[in-house]
Write a protein of this length. Sequence first.
Length: 240
Amino acid sequence: MTALAPTEPRKLGGRTLNVVRLQLINTQSFVWVPLIVLGGAVLLSLVIISLIPGDDVKVVGAASAPLWYFVALGIQAMTLAFPFSQAMSITRREFYIGTLIMGAIGAAMMATIFIVLAGIEALTDGYGMGGRIAYLPYLFEPGWVSAWLTYFTVTMFLFVIGFWMATIWKRFGTLAVVLVGVGLGVAVTAAIFVITKANVWPEVFTWFVSTGSFALTLGGLAVTAVLATGAYATLRRATV
């Protein structure tokens, strides 16, 4: 018994790594589709920038499209791989950890690509047109590492949102997903309504500027961790 005990962590780690391999079977969804979406978004952004007259800085956010794709990727990571993982006798905890690792790898890849794009924009004065696709001044004020962390956090947040929505569907069905979506929409609309009626939009914008992107990113990481915990709690009771 004593001789076998030290091998248990390796077995657990091996099964978690198997989940990463299982997710990577769908290489098209995890690698090629995000890259294709990003390439198309960048080309579209460049066309839009070229059509905007004047020499002012032109910020175009079309390149954020591949980040939003990670919502769908989180859904696929749950719905497509979870049944196979259970057939392979992988525990739900191992599936959860392995899937989050895969999501983090994808988020790190996206963040790195955006930083490379930002470097190109900084060196070429926005592709010679004053364009800003990835090099957004507000994100880069605290530094390039902070900007990388921001892109990583946003991507991971969207991935976890998609993953949790899929676990809610597995656990409670379509109606629950619709109710959650409607509830979130109502909450956002109510917040906008209250801010508008109170006429405090200038204070809201001032708060965002004074807080800074790095502090907001850390807050985003904390929210993502809370959502990920909720996703695991739901996954534990989800049906295959």
